[in-house]
Ligand binder design. Structure first.
Ligand SMILES: NC(=O)C1=CN([C@@H]2O[C@H](COP(=O)(O)OP(=O)(O)OC[C@H]3O[C@@H](n4cnc5c(N)ncnc54)[C@H](OP(=O)(O)O)[C@@H]3O)[C@@H](O)[C@H]2O)C=CC1
Ligand SMILES: CC[C@](O)(C(C)=O)C(=O)O
Length: 329
């Protein structure tokens, strides 16, 4: 049954007098730390020796410690470093500094769900996962808005993990938009599926295929870029604001006819069967194993495929055209 929580359901006072260590000051780390601080909470930052993020965190007024010391000083330790390094950092710096009744927090369930981190039984383990890139977690909070989030409780040693988790979600602004209760398994599998099949992988593959089809047919790359990438943002804004109906209200009837008759020719039963297979690889641990091994091998596939896209005509044309639009950072 759906459990969804808003500001009125969360009590920030549960976090007063507690020190929250944010480990990592990247996309999620800077956003969650800054939002929590502006929500009136006591936040410190934990970083590795020689971290590039140290000065940025200090410039915002944070006290920065090495990872182990930050964990030792905190009641609540939120791991916001990349998933692929969390297990080693946890083993080296965090595990020995957790004491009874502390909370270990995540924003994605990968390492708990796939057994890469096994916390002691005498701490709370929960997840507050914003459904948004970190920079928008921050921007929306600053604008008095918020992004939705998910809350999952893996261990409730203190008996207060859910209330503390909701307070944390309120501190970063997620209860303004709605926080849904889930499990580590559901968050991990749906998040990986979403980023692979739709949000990142599905979208970039669709954009590239559309751009290449037009360019290979002899059309100007700049027009193909505006059509297949630039305008996508404007269409997605309409979907975000009011669903399919809102987008279809704003586009021409000609576009809507093409949308409803031609879209399903492309995203057809074969694509859905492939999506199912992608989901199975997530559920059976194949994707997790591949990603862990890819990192142990120093990312040969990750680097080669990223470089190929960086060198593509789509990226070169986009850079040139965006350079003419001063409002795009
Ligand atoms: N990115 C996002 O928007 C989202 C992320 N998440 C989850 O949030 C968590 C954090 O992800 P994200 O914010 O993308 O992470 P980032 O890649 O942005 O994290 C960068 C930070 O981690 C530090 N770091 C990098 N490598 C190491 C290391 N080996 N040891 C110690 N510190 C290190 C960096 O230090 P330095 O500056 O020195 O390099 C920097 O402070 C993950 O669990 C992710 O799945 C969940 C929802 C969305
Ligand atoms: C879509 C990518 C994401 O899952 C996110 C921003 O929510 C991520 O892990 O970065």
């Amino acid at each position: 049954m759906l459990e969804i929580y808003y500001d009125k359901d969360a009590n920030l006072d549960l976090l007063s007098g507690k020190t929250i260590a944010i480990i990592g000051y990247g996309s999620q780390g800077h956003a969650q730390a800054q939002n929590l601080k502006e929500s009136g909470l006591d936040v410190i930052i934990g970083l590795k020796e020689g971290s590039k993020s140290k000065t940025t965190a200090e410039d915002f007024g944070f006290e920065v410690y090495n990872t182990a010391e930050a964990a030792a000083r905190a009641d609540i330790v939120q791991l916001l470093i990349p998933d692929e390094v969390q297990s080693a950092v946890y083993k080296n710096d965090i595990e020995k500094n957790l004491v009874e009744g502390n909370a270990l927090v995540f924003s994605h369930g990968f390492n708990i769900h796939f057994g890469q981190i096994v916390p002691p039984e005498n701490v709370d383990v929960f997840m507050v996962a914003p459904k948004s890139p970190g920079h928008l977690v921050r921007r929306m909070y600053e604008e008095g808005r918020g992004v939705p989030g998910l809350l999952a409780i893996e261990q409730d040693y203190t008996g207060k993990a859910k209330e503390v988790g909701l307070a944390y979600a309120k501190g970063i602004g997620c209860t303004r938009a709605g926080v849904i209760k889930t499990t580590f398994k559901e968050e991990t599998e749906t998040d990986l599926f979403g980023e692979q099949a739709v949000l990142c992988g599905g979208t970039t593959a669709l954009v590239k295929a559309g751009f290449e089809t037009l360019v290979e047919a002899g059309y100007q790359p700049e027009i193909a870029y505006f059509e297949c990438l630039h305008e996508l943002k404007l269409i997605v804004d309409l979907l975000y604001e009011g669903g399919l109906g809102n987008m279809r209200y704003s586009v021409s009837d000609t576009a809507q006819y093409g949308d409803i008759t031609v879209g399903p020719r492309l995203i057809n039963d074969n694509v859905k069967a492939e999506m199912k297979s992608v989901l199975e690889d997530i559920q059976n641990g194949k994707f997790a194993r591949d990603w862990i091994l890819e990192n142990r091998a120093n990312r040969p596939l990750f680097n080669a495929l990223t470089k190929k896209d960086e060198d593509s005509l789509l990226e070169k044309v986009g850079k040139k055209l965006r350079g003419m639009m001063s409002w795009i950072k």
